[in-house]
Write a protein that binds this ligand. Structure first.
Ligand SMILES: *Cc1c(COP(=O)(O)O)cnc(C)c1O
Length: 497
């Protein structure tokens, strides 16, 4: 089946997967979604003997139908190799009755590597397929983890350049250090005086600036996105849900057809949307539990049907989820509208103009797949400690948000389904907060981030991966800071310099 992609806001042009990947976002500001939704063409039992790369091919070929088998397999093999610190790519751990799917074994220690290690290959292949002449400039807003993962993926990739914007005070010390020491010659990293939403809005505004696009095209440049608005980010994220289910089948922990619930720590709604795509493919998933931190705009949406971004934004110990405008929710809203793009576009313009929208009852009635919960800062710290004390397993702050919400869901419901937690970051990436949770009285003794990491190594008995250790003494290369209304000027300057 040949799959075309359409904009959630009604742009008439249908595009191929490779065109959607190159563009990142549709010309009308909408997000690309598959016009028809594929189904797995092999049974899960048939997938049982396959490794991560092989399952990646079986899933991604269903969506990227204009890629040849050879092209897609080359992308997959280049991405999921020894950059990951384990042959399994995504190991699983059971602790205290929950199954943790460890999505952080890639080069930058967070789940963004799952998609961003392959996106550059997909992008370059797409450029070749479409005979693109221009250099691709990747513009990315990051709440901390996407930035480094995208930099690592695109660094020194021929025919591309990348500019990353991060909220100046909104990332962890480790995350900042990872980004500002990036060596790739085609990379720029800029702190903005604002939060993630400001960064993301700025980037989206640049994408939809037609005059700027025309000017830059003239000079040989086109923009694309490494954020999860790009379908090339979303599709690789479906793979690990299929892989996890098949592996649990293999190990006899699930029987064929058994329902598996999933709980995902959520920010931009990309990871949990990938889980719902996996379900739509035919994977026997049950509830998709959306876990928020105190920026609980999604929790409130699922409870009330009103999405309201007009509220106080707080910086939390799970900074990668500090987001009030969850871009990928638009793809769900579009589906709830039965693909009525005009209706979806109206909600999205209400969000911009009034700060909120309310879905109707018919739409809300279709949300039965989803559950939602949130964890306060205290809940998060307490959960890290509790899991460690009971089992010796150390989880990071984002994963702890999901673990708390998953336990709360279990206590309130009688479901006996097994529950999979998307474990999105290595605890070393948020060593200060994790240490505070585990040894509150001692954390003051460690002033530097690296002393905290060493103490965490000591008490957890785990080692920070070698690749991550390099940045301790790496030189700071990127020092730019800009106001949120200066982003466009800065992008032009960086490209045309
Ligand atoms: C990005 C991120 C999230 C949120 O994922 P979304 O796809 O944006 O919902 C959660 N945890 C970590 C560690 C992340 O980096």
């Amino acid at each position: 089946m040949d799959i075309k992609y359409v904009s959630t806001r009604g742009d008439k042009e249908k595009v191929t997967a490779s065109q959607a990947i190159l563009r990142g976002i549709a010309p009308d500001g909408g997000l690309y979604v598959p016009e028809t939704f594929p189904k797995l063409d092999k049974s899960l039992t048939e997938l049982k003997g396959l490794n991560y790369r092989e399952i990646a091919y079986e899933v991604m070929k269903l969506f990227l139908t204009d890629f040849t088998e050879e092209e897609l397999k080359a992308c997959i093999d280049s991405a999921y190799d020894s950059k990951f610190d384990t042959e399994e790519i995504v190991p699983m751990k059971e602790a205290d009755g929950l199954i943790y799917l460890e999505l952080f074994h890639g080069p930058t220690l967070a789940f963004k590597d799952m998609a961003l290690s392959i996106l550059p290959y997909l992008m370059v292949t797409s450029a070749e397929k479409n005979e693109l002449k221009e250099k691709i400039i990747i513009l990315t807003a990051t709440s901390g983890d996407t930035g480094k993962a995208a930099l690592a993926g695109f660094a020194d990739v021929e025919g591309t350049g990348i500019i990353v914007f991060y909220p100046k005070d909104g990332v962890s010390p480790f995350q900042r250090q990872q980004m500002v020491t990036e060596k790739g010659k085609n990379t720029s990293v800029v702190a903005i005086e604002g939060n993630f939403d400001d960064a993301q809005n700025g980037v989206k505004a640049i994408f939809s600036d037609k005059a700027l696009a025309a000017e830059l095209k003239e000079k040989g440049y086109v923009f694309s996105s490494a954020n999860s608005i790009n379908i090339g980010r979303l599709v690789p994220q479906i793979v690990y849900y299929v892989y996890a289910y098949v592996k649990l089948l293999n190990e006899g922990k699930l029987s064929p057809g058994e329902i598996l619930d999933v709980c995902v720590p959520t920010g931009n709604f990309g990871n949990i949307l990938a889980a719902s795509f996996a379900k739509e493919l035919g994977l026997p998933l049950g509830k998709l539990i959306c876990a928020s931190n105190t920026n609980k705009v999604l929790f409130d949406f699922f409870k009330t049907g009103t999405y309201d971004r007009d509220r106080e934004f707080t910086l939390t110990i799970s900074p990668s989820m500090d987001i009030l405008i969850s871009s990928n929710l638009e793809r769900l809203i579009y589906k709830l509208c039965d693909c009525d793009a005009a209706k979806n576009a109206k909600f999205m313009s209400e969000l911009v103009n009034e700060g909120r929208y309310t879905i109707d009852k018919a739409m809300a009635d279709k949300l039965t797949d989803f559950e939602a919960g949130f964890a306060t800062e205290e809940d998060t710290l307490h959960t890290i400690k509790e899991v460690f004390d009971k089992t010796g397993y150390v989880i990071d702050t984002h994963t702890a948000v999901a673990a708390f919400v998953a336990n709360e869901y279990r206590n309130k419901n009688t479901s006996h389904n097994k529950l999979l937690i998307a474990s999105t970051a290595s605890p070393f990436k948020f060593a200060g907060s994790v240490l505070k949770a585990m040894e509150n009285d001692k954390v003051e003794n460690f002033t530097s981030e690296w002393d905290k990491i060493r103490e965490l190594e000591r008490i957890s008995g785990k080692k920070l991966p070698e690749t991550a250790r390099d940045i301790e003494n790496a030189k700071v290369i990127h020092k730019d800071i800009c106001a949120k209304d200066e982003m466009k000027a800065l992008v032009k300057e960086k490209i045309l310099k």
